[in-house]
Design a protein around this ligand. Structure first.
Ligand SMILES: Cc1cc2nc3c(=O)[nH]c(=O)nc-3n(C[C@H](O)[C@H](O)[C@H](O)COP(=O)(O)O)c2cc1C
Length: 321
């Protein structure tokens, strides 16, 4: 089931989707450790003048152990995109991923993300400009089109392949669909049939069984998992196990979940410093509690704590009670 992106062999057909504000280095490490074949960093703007903000600086941090290091860039100017790609490679990126799949307002205002899908000649210019500016593989993430009546994902996929893109992730919705409506796995299957670079199927996959169904149905080379990994990084292990053995893995025992949560929160404190780290930990802990179907008042109690050590103490108490 392995496939290649340029010289990189990806051994597991399950990929962590880029999610701004979520897939930071601590989370990418965790998902990689639990079996994600590839993890993609949070998107960074192609406007390198903005890289000096604290937020961008944190997004540009990579480490050697989670390889290949795929870094996502977003923007609409071919020259700026090429420059951003080159600078990311200098900072350690081994794969450049271009975001044309994100309907985020911030991105749309600058006509980046999925808004670009309307302008096929510009898509081609951006892709060719980035591909020719770096020696590393360039990948692309798209939606199935701009709107249901302008579903040009297939055309974009062909443009991508001709422009030298080495893998394509497809979120099976149009931009206008945001996160609503059924995911169109048919369009993903059609795209897979039409091009010969690896295709990743993305959208609404929440279980190992769904992952297998989507792979079987679309014939995609991998599934890409976004929201289902929030508070459940072990989903990658579950999917790999099901694909390899055709049997469902039992959910992790409480002591394993405790260790995952504690280590994740500690990693956030270390990475962001205790002040920011404690704040960022709240949202991840919230997701873990959702996964655990926790109905106690613990979450609101946890969210009132600012001190990093107190957060860890309270979490340990939660798990033993
Ligand atoms: C909080 C959040 C942030 C996201 N940020 C990005 C991003 O930076 N770049 C991108 O290409 N897609 C982004 N996405 C879209 C996801 O990569 C993915 O395509 C989408 O969530 C559908 O997959 P899922 O149903 O498995 O979550 C984001 C999604 C979420 C929920």
């Amino acid at each position: 089931m392995a496939f290649s992106i340029g010289n990189y062999s990806i051994e597991k057909p399950v990929i962590l989707a880029p999610m701004a504000g979520v897939t930071d280095l601590p989370f990418r490490r965790l998902c990689h450790q639990y079996g994600a074949g590839l993890v993609v960093s949070e998107m960074v703007t192609s406007d390198v003048r903005l890289w000096d903000t604290n937020k961008s600086r944190m997004r540009l941090v990579h480490d050697a152990e989670v390889a290949p290091r795929s870094v996502q860039i977003a923007g609409s100017d071919p020259i700026m995109m090429a420059q951003a790609a080159r600078q990311n490679v200098e900072l350690g990126a081994q794969i450049i991923d271009i975001n044309m799949g994100c309907p985020a307002k911030k991105v749309l205002n600058k006509a980046a993300g999925s808004a670009l899908l309307q302008d096929e000649p510009l898509v081609q210019k951006i892709l060719e400009s980035v591909v020719s500016s770096v020696d590393v593989p360039v990948t692309l993430k798209i939606r199935t089109g701009w709107s249901p009546d302008q579903r040009n994902g297939l055309t974009i996929a062909k443009i991508a392949e001709q422009s030298g893109i080495q893998a394509l992730a497809v979120h099976g919705r149009t931009r206008a669909c945001k996160f609503k409506g059924e995911v169109e796995y048919d369009t993903i299957a059609e795209i897979k049939q039409a091009i010969s670079i690896p295709v990743f199927a993305n959208g609404d996959i929440q279980t190992a069984e769904q992952a297998k169904q989507v792979l079987d149905y679309t014939q995609a080379d991998a599934v890409m998992i976004g929201r289902a990994a929030q508070g459940r990084p072990w989903i990658f292990r579950e999917i790999n196990h099901y694909l390899e053995h055709n049997e469902l893995l039992t959910p992790p025992a409480t002591d394993e979940v405790q260790a995952i949560v504690i280590n994740h929160v500690k990693a956030l404190h270390d990475f962001y410093g205790s002040f920011m780290g404690a704040r960022i930990a709240r949202k991840h802990v919230g997701w873990y509690l959702q996964t655990l179907a926790d109905t106690t008042p613990f979450r609101s109690q946890f969210n009132r704590i600012d001190d990093a050590q107190e957060q860890l103490d309270l979490l340990n108490e939660f798990f033993v009670s």
